[in-house]
Design a protein around this ligand. Structure first.
Ligand SMILES: Nc1ncnc2c1ncn2[C@@H]1O[C@H](COP(=O)(O)OP(=O)(O)OP(=O)(O)O)[C@@H](O)[C@H]1O
Ligand SMILES: [Mg+2]
Length: 269
């Protein structure tokens, strides 16, 4: 059963479409990576899903008990967020704001939820630290715990690993994968990191102002021609077909697809 469906959705600003005819759905076990070049419309889709902008046409629907204000969101980082002057615990508990209703203050239950999510992500020891003094990787863990406080069903992450070193980036993929499998929370992650996206996701949405691909990750890697290639080559081929650009085959890049396909099969059960 789908918890989120985009049906022929077109999104844009001031009447000018940025992203046209988007069609995909997300189930409870989905780990979807959204990929595409800078300016392709990935963050625009995120804003559409969050209800911050309305579709120019088509429908974005939530299902299976998910309400639009129960999506845990980790935004694309800005300098202002990095310099936020609050303790880690205050940042994490602020994820509960949408569930407060008319209550003007946080309750013990809100703080208990924040503490539980800090424990899950291994940041309890940072609880009273100032958020702006943390490393980039620690800050992203805090924002992930904050997003978790807002949802039981769907996390929406816009480039959570950009600017992180490879170890911290791998950490974020491992944590989101654990949340997906062990907490049963669906993940939608915007990422420019093709290799990791292919490894951890079970579905791919490739955008370039329209939908170039939506489906299982193993089908994305295999492609319509059935040939398994390096994901970067597959990405460039789809992008080039869209822009009518010629791409030289990366024949010199040997690629062991079997490990990745095996991982996909494990992910897809
Ligand atoms: N508020 C806005 N008003 C008008 N145009 C906008 C607005 N926000 C984004 N755009 C335009 O929409 C297009 C897509 O932007 P978007 O932020 O969705 O791209 P993106 O795929 O997330 O890119 P990146 O990988 O750089 O984050 C860009 O041309 C951008 O300038
Ligand atoms: Mg973006």
């Amino acid at each position: 059963m789908s918890i989120l469906t985009c049906n022929h959705v077109t999104l844009g600003y001031d009447g000018v479409p940025i992203l046209s005819d988007i069609n995909f759905s997300v189930g409870q076990d989905t780990y979807l990576c959204v990929i595409g070049e800078n300016g392709a419309g990935k963050s625009t889709l995120v804003k559409g899903i969050l209800g911050l902008i309305k579709p120019m046409s088509g429908r974005i629907e939530t299902g299976d008990g998910l309400k639009a204000n129960e999506i845990g969101y980790l935004p694309q980082q800005t300098q202002i967020q990095k310099d936020f002057p609050a303790s880690v615990r205050e940042v994490v508990v602020s994820g509960r704001i949408n569930s407060m209703g008319w209550r003007p203050f946080m309750t013990k239950k809100d703080y208990a939820e924040a503490d539980k999510n800090m424990e899950l992500l291994g940041i309890t020891n940072l609880r009273d630290h100032c958020y702006q003094d943390l490393s980039g990787g620690q800050q992203q863990r805090v924002l992930l715990a904050r997003a978790l406080c807002a949802t039981k069903k769907l996390l929406l992450l816009d480039e959570p690993v950009s600017g992180l070193d490879p170890v911290a980036a791998r950490d974020m993929y491992e944590l989101t994968s654990m949340i997906n499998k062990e907490q049963g929370i669906a993940i939608i992650m915007v990422s420019h990191d093709l290799d990791e996206a292919m490894k951890y996701s079970n579905h791919i949405l490739h955008l370039s102002h329209k939908q170039l691909f939506f489906g299982k990750t193993r089908d994305y890697i295999a492609g319509e021609d059935g040939g398994v290639v390096n994901p970067i080559e597959r990405y460039l081929k789809r992008d080039a077909a869209n822009h009518s650009r010629k791409v030289e085959p990366a024949a010199s890049v040997p690629y062991d697809a079997s490990a990745k396909i095996k991982r996909q099969e494990e992910n897809n059960g």
